[in-house]
Design a protein around this ligand. Structure first.
Ligand code: SF4
Ligand code: SF4
Length: 152
């Protein structure tokens, strides 16, 4: 009923809670995400090879992004949602109404080339309390510069 766009979170406590059952498999014969993944990162049913995933490369990887990703990243500078965008179950997902989740950077009205001029100061301001901080300023600039190089 809600699709797959979720924030993952964890609460550690010592309360006895009523919990629901693990979610069941609703993929059937669909393979839309496998076929749409621009880096062939979904290697077989339900297995993602993180080393080929744009989300991993642009968020978690601390080193240079491997040549494998050249020409495959479209304009993704932080994460990638292709596999979620094509999932038929997300036809039913509704955007959150929580104002706190609205991207702060939209007010910048940046065009693609403007991102090259991002400074550490601006990064800290617009991504304050955002998951984008996970890749740090240096990681985001690494991603931006790679996209710019690939689009030359
Ligand atoms: S996030 Fe992007 S690169 Fe990673 S598995 Fe999904 S479609 Fe592929
Ligand atoms: S696109 Fe959605 S329903 Fe289809 S295989 Fe992927 S996760 Fe399952």
């Amino acid at each position: 009923k809600h699709g797959s766009f979720y924030f993952l979170a964890e609460i550690i406590c010592d309360l006895e809670l009523d919990y629901d059952l693990a979610v069941t498999d609703h993929c059937g014969s669909c393979r839309a995400c496998i076929d749409a993944c621009p880096t062939q990162a979904i290697v077989s049913d339900r297995i993602v090879d993180g080393s080929k995933c744009i989300s991993y490369a642009t968020i978690e990887l601390k080193n240079e992004i491997p040549d494998y990703f050249n020409g495959k990243m479209d304009d993704w500078m932080f994460g990638c949602d292709v596999c979620q965008d094509v999932c038929p179950w997300n036809r039913f997902s509704a955007p959150t109404l929580q104002e706190k989740f609205s991207p702060n950077f939209q007010k910048l009205n940046f065009k693609k080339n403007d991102w090259k001029e991002l400074t550490q100061e601006l990064f800290s301001e617009i991504f304050k309390k955002s998951a984008v901080k996970r890749t740090k300023f240096s990681g985001l600039m690494r991603n931006i510069n790679l996209l710019m190089d690939n689009s030359l």
